[in-house]
Design a protein around this ligand. Sequence first.
Ligand SMILES: [Zn+2]
Ligand SMILES: [Zn+2]
Length: 129
Amino acid sequence: MEAANNPNSEAVRKPQLIYRCKKCRRIVASEESIVPHELGKGEQCFKWKKRSGDKLGEEKEPTQCSSIFVEPLKWMQPVQEGYVEEKLQCIGCKARLGSFNWAGMQCNCGAWVNPAFQLHKNRLDECYM
Ligand SMILES: [Zn+2]
Ligand SMILES: [Zn+2]
């Protein structure tokens, strides 16, 4: 581990987006493990988010997903143990990072993801490496 990772490895790899636990900085997901989903029709799926009253100041950008969905990853212990749905905790610091459900979950954008391994963006730090 000392030979400083191989300066000229392969071609030029473009930086990869990774997600770390905000608390302990452990890497919990990377771009590769993200399962993309199509943005749902947010306001139609959630009644409480009415759009009819238009006068809400300037339009915000379209519904942003507040979480990412990933493949089942090794650190997700309850997944390994066979749970169908559970919380997902960082194995480093036990911070709650999200939850999963093999039967699927709904993103805040309204899209259903199935199966769903959801990590909340506000518990994560995004960075490139
Ligand atoms: Zn979404
Ligand atoms: Zn952590």
